[in-house]
Ligand binder design. Structure first.
Ligand SMILES: Cc1cc2nc3c(=O)[nH]c(=O)nc-3n(C[C@H](O)[C@H](O)[C@H](O)COP(=O)(O)O)c2cc1C
Length: 218
C-alpha cells in the first residue's frame, strides 16, 4: 500500500506550460489540454493564451468569446480543470516569467508566425513570449508547433534560429499512415508526437514498427 502511494506520488511530477497563440488550429491546443488533464504524469498545467489566441479559439471551437480564461479552458476540455493555472498574457511578472520557477517543458500550440518572429528575435512582448524565452535560456524543453502556409524565407529563417537555440520545431503536419477515420483521430496522432517531444508518456503507440508491404521490395 505504501509503495503504491509512493509510486503515485513519483509519477505526478511534471509541470507543463502551454502557450496558445493566434494561429489556426485551436483544436490542437484543445486535444493536448485534454491529454494533459488525463495524464498521470502531469501535476500542473500552466496556460497562457494570447489575445489573438482567444479570438481564434472562439472562431474555431464551441467556446464563448467573452468567457474568462479559466472558463475558456474548461469549455475546451469539457469540464473544469483540476490542474490548470491560467496566466494572463499581460502579467509579465507572473511565476512562469522567471527561470527560478520550475517548469519541465513548454509547448506553443499552435504558434503563429508573429510569435515565431518575436521568439526568434528575442524581443518578448507578453508572458507567452517571455515564458518561452525563459525555457530557451534555461535549456528546458521548448516545443513550437508553427501553423502557417506557405512559408516565407523570414518564417523559415526564424524556425532555423529557434531550432539552433534549442527549441524543437514540430509543424502542425498531421500524418495519414495510421489511416485516421476523422479529424480527431488525425489531430490526436499528431498530439501524441508532441507529447513524445515534451517527454510525456501517452496511451498510443506512435513508434513506426517497420513496413511489411510487398511494395517496399520492388
Ligand atoms: C481566424 C484567424 C486565423 C489565423 N490563422 C493564422 C495562422 O494559421 N497562422 C498565423 O501565423 N497567423 C494566423 N492568424 C493571424 C494571427 O492571429 C495574428 O498575426 C496575430 O497578431 C498573432 O498574434 P499572437 O502571435 O500574439 O497570438 C490568424 C488570425 C485569425 C483571426
Amino acid at each position: 500500500m505504501l509503495s503504491l502511494l509512493r509510486l503515485a506520488t513519483i509519477r505526478l511530477v511534471k509541470t507543463i506550460t502551454v502557450g496558445i497563440s493566434g494561429a489556426s488550429g485551436a483544436i490542437y491546443a484543445q486535444r493536448l489540454l485534454m491529454q494533459l488533464e488525463d495524464s498521470a504524469e502531469v501535476r500542473q498545467i500552466n496556460v497562457v493564451i494570447s489575445g489573438p489566441g482567444r479570438r481564434v479559439i472562439s472562431d474555431e471551437l464551441d467556446v464563448s468569446a467573452t468567457a474568462d480564461a479559466e472558463q475558456i479552458v474548461a469549455e475546451m476540455i469539457g469540464r473544469p480543470s483540476t490542474k490548470t493555472i491560467v496566466f494572463h498574457p499581460g502579467d509579465i511578472g507572473a511565476a512562469i516569467a522567471s527561470g527560478s520557477y520550475p517548469v519541465d517543458a513548454m509547448v506553443i500550440i499552435p504558434c503563429s508566425s508573429s510569435t515565431l518572429g518575436v521568439l526568434a528575435s528575442g524581443s518578448s512582448r507578453n508572458l507567452l513570449h517571455r515564458a518561452a524565452d525563459v525555457c530557451l535560456k534555461e535549456g528546458r524543453r521548448l516545443v513550437i508547433v508553427p501553423r502557417e502556409t506557405p512559408l516565407t524565407t523570414i518564417h523559415l529563417e526564424n524556425m532555423l534560429k529557434l531550432r539552433q537555440a534549442g527549441a524543437m520545431i514540430v509543424p502542425a503536419m498531421p500524418a495519414f499512415y495510421h489511416r485516421p477515420a476523422n479529424i480527431v483521430e488525425m489531430v490526436d496522432h499528431f498530439i501524441y508526437r508532441v507529447m513524445d517531444h515534451l517527454g510525456l508518456a501517452h496511451s498510443q503507440e506512435t513508434v513506426w514498427q517497420g513496413d511489411v508491404s510487398p511494395v517496399s521490395k520492388i
